[in-house]
Design a protein around this ligand. Structure first.
Ligand code: SF4
Ligand code: SF4
Length: 172
């Protein structure tokens, strides 16, 4: 008989504890973020879409060798005047990237030529679009709003098979 009432007491206590949790969250401020109207800022260590800076890259090939997914490729030509390698193009296949950060860690330049951004809203509409290509001669956008990081990279890097139509000012 004693055990019977103990079991009822334990069940009642568990019920009250559960209700306590419910009431605790019922009267505390909501933590729901109304995405996409509200966005949280990812941490500094967040591995978002890779960004590349052709103006910083020294074409050392280290990121190509370090990448376990074989998704980075580049072409460089030796410049006999400067005795350095001039970057011709640099490609990342985002379909293969596993966001491991090895390319960023091994990159020799300071600041890093290739690095993860905090962009997490990456979308591609076709399989070909996953391959993004950067070229040094492509112009940098003039003005950027905070949070438009990925737009910036798309301005320079874009699927190699596609070429944007020239603007009325003759820019690419
Ligand atoms: S994050 Fe990893 S998988 Fe992606 S490009 Fe860099 S090294 Fe390759
Ligand atoms: S490791 Fe850095 S500097 Fe070297 S090729 Fe890759 S992005 Fe360029």
């Amino acid at each position: 008989m004693f055990d019977y009432f103990c079991a009822i007491g334990n069940m009642g206590w568990a019920f009250v504890k559960g209700l306590g949790v419910t009431f605790k969250y019922l009267f505390s401020p909501a933590v729901t973020v109304q995405y996409p109207y509200e966005k949280l800022t990812p941490s500094e260590l967040f591995r978002g879409a890779l960004a590349f800076h052709p103006d910083l890259c020294i074409s050392c090939d280290m990121c190509v060798r370090a990448c376990p997914s074989n998704c980075i490729s580049l072409e460089a030509k030796r410049n006999e005047q400067t005795k350095k390698k001039d970057l011709q193009w640099y490609r990342i296949d985002f379909a293969k990237c596993n966001y491991c950060r090895l390319c960023e860690e091994i990159c020799l330049t300071k600041p890093k030529s290739v690095h993860h951004s905090r962009e997490f809203e990456l979308t591609f509409t076709s399989r070909n679009d996953f391959v993004v290509e950067w070229r040094p001669e492509r112009p940098q956008p003039k003005a950027l709003e905070p949070g438009q990081e990925w737009v910036k990279f798309l301005t320079q890097g874009r699927p190699p098979g596609r070429r944007r139509a020239k603007s009325p000012e003759g820019k690419k």
